[in-house]
Design a protein around this ligand. Structure first.
Ligand SMILES: CC(=O)CC(=O)O
Length: 232
């Protein structure tokens, strides 16, 4: 058994550098890898392309990287609650690729499964389809979408073991599940890290084969406060 455990967040994120493409799990502020995001801020890596359903809020989640201008391009489906994001996008400082939510999920899942591209009806006839191959299936037009190619996937899970097996809790499974194994290297941040063999195989959502590094993250109380702020 390969032991995937690393002791610190900085060991887990070793090798992430300027200009890379990184996928980050989460939906809203639920299930985001907050320790890893804090470490990316500390590392001061720049010109990142981030693939994530959203860009956080102004002072939490990916909003922290936006504040420090570390993100060059955001690939997302929902970006509605972040004033700094809006400012950077409208001023042309930030490149944005808006993607239908199901397509975003499938582009991750395809990368996870080693499928290079797939056809979907979502976005046909809109700006999303511009420059993309289209084809009719069963009387309906579809567009060709490519799997994402990311240097790193960073996911957040509830429980994990040293072999990299992951269990998510409730809706925090969200984009974390299709992003695991979708990047060249997958880093899992977990709330509880157990010895290999401790998890019930029937409860494992992501097998360890899809994860290269796993670490136990510190508890973030701030997440709760920020959820409240976001609702205002
Ligand atoms: C509505 C959404 O898409 C949720 C989010 O990730 O912010």
């Amino acid at each position: 058994m390969i032991n995937k455990k690393v002791n610190t967040v900085s060991e887990a994120l070793a090798g992430i550098s300027d200009g890379q493409t990184i996928m980050l799990g989460g939906f809203g502020l639920c299930g985001i890898p907050e320790n890893s995001i804090a470490e990316l801020v500390r590392m001061d890596v720049r010109n990142l392309t981030c693939i994530s359903n959203n860009a956080g809020v102004d002072d939490f989640g990916l909003g922290l990287l936006l504040q420090k201008r570390q993100i060059k391009k955001m690939i997302s489906s929902y970006v509605g609650e972040n004033a700094e994001f809006e400012r950077q996008m409208l001023s042309g400082e930030l490149e944005v690729e808006l993607t239908p939510q199901g397509t975003l999920a499938e582009k991750c899942r395809a990368a996870q499964a080693g499928i290079p591209a797939f056809f979907t009806p979502a976005g046909y006839g809109t700006e999303v389809a511009e420059g993309k191959e289209s084809r009719e299936f069963n009387g309906k037009m579809h567009i060709l979408e490519h799997a994402y190619q990311a240097d790193f996937s960073i996911v957040k899970a509830w429980k994990g073991d040293e072999a990299g097996n992951l269990i998510f809790k409730g809706t925090a499974r969200n984009f974390n599940a299709p992003m695991a194994g979708a990047g060249k290297i997958t880093i899992a941040e977990v709330e509880e890290l157990l010895p290999a063999g401790s998890l019930d195989p029937n409860e494992i959502h992501i097998p360890g084969i899809l994860v290269q590094r796993i670490f136990k993250g510190a508890k973030f109380e701030k997440r709760i406060e920020q959820r409240t702020v976001r609702k205002k």
